[in-house]
Design a binder for this molecule. Structure first.
Ligand code: DQA
Length: 145
């Protein structure tokens, strides 16, 4: 059994009711169901969400310690958390893939969203495809084997 950690940062627990014009009307349970249905039976999707920067960082340590690939939506931490960036770098420097994802396309939004402090240490970035951003990221990781 392989596991993919799908980690979500602040305010993403409110998906479904939060700015549906930007993020759609589906929630994290819907995302979990979508990803589980889209992955092979021998892959476990471990989807988590926190509003707490420290908790998110500790989940990245867990990924390093267990060698588990990561799909990360850092949410607003994307734009300013050097602490999260440093923790993400621990993952990729350990040779473990970490794909940064966004539901919306931050580059088409406010200027402060155009900067990601995480992207430079991520394996790659997928943004702007709604929940399909996660699906594409998980597909990539599954195909790595
Ligand atoms: C987001 C984009 C961020 O700018 C924003 O702060 C979020 C969600 C996205 O998935 O589109 O919370 O990461």
């Amino acid at each position: 059994m392989r596991t993919v950690l799908v980690l979500n940062g602040p305010n993403l627990g409110r998906l479904g009711s939060r700015e549906p014009d930007v993020y759609g009307s589906a929630n994290l349970d819907d995302l979990r169901a979508l990803l589980t249905a889209a992955t092979p039976d021998d892959v476990t999707v471990d989807l988590r969400q926190t509003d707490d920067e420290a908790e998110l960082i500790h989940w990245l340590y867990e990924a390093v310690d267990t060698g588990t690939p990561v799909v990360l939506n850092p949410a607003a931490f994307t734009h300013y958390s050097y602490a999260l960036r440093d923790a993400a770098a621990l993952v990729t420097k350990a040779g473990i893939p970490l794909v940064e994802v966004h539901i919306s396309n931050p580059h088409a939004r406010e200027t402060f969203r155009h900067t990601s402090v995480v992207s430079a240490v991520a394996t790659g970035v997928i943004a702007g495809f709604g929940f399909d951003s996660y699906r594409l990221a998980v597909d990539y990781i599954v195909r790595l084997g």
